[in-house]
Design a binder for this molecule. Structure first.
Ligand SMILES: [Zn+2]
Length: 106
């Protein structure tokens, strides 16, 4: 099992990124050097040689991910609460209307 450095979720061996948060795993083992470095360089254009697999892309700090999920969850809760209040008012209004029907005074 490979443990995610960001969230601690355990993904199966051989995974390239975390199954939970998609954090890319850094390889502990050094990548074996290509046996023939001269050959592929002739085929691959110069501009593509400088590309890497994302190692130089700045990583999002874990606390920012948690903060983003927290904000999203908070919005979800707020919206569901508002919907609940709206439905409760509709229901309550109908019941109150029926219960509070003016009684005809004799
Ligand atoms: Zn993860």
């Amino acid at each position: 099992m490979a443990k995610c450095p960001a969230c601690g979720f355990e993904s199966p061996d051989g995974s390239l990124c975390c199954d939970f948060c998609k954090e890319p795993f850094r390889r502990d083992r050094p990548v074996p050097a290509p046996k023939k470095p001269a050959e592929p360089r002739k085929e691959i254009p110069e501009e593509f040689l400088r590309l890497d697999s994302g190692g130089s892309i700045p990583r999002v700090p874990p606390w920012l991910k948690y903060a983003a999920w927290t904000v999203l969850a908070a919005w979800f809760v707020i919206i569901m609460t508002l919907i609940g209040i709206y439905l409760a008012k509709q229901n309550g209004g109908q019941q109150a209307g029926m219960a509070g029907r003016p009684v005809q005074a004799p």
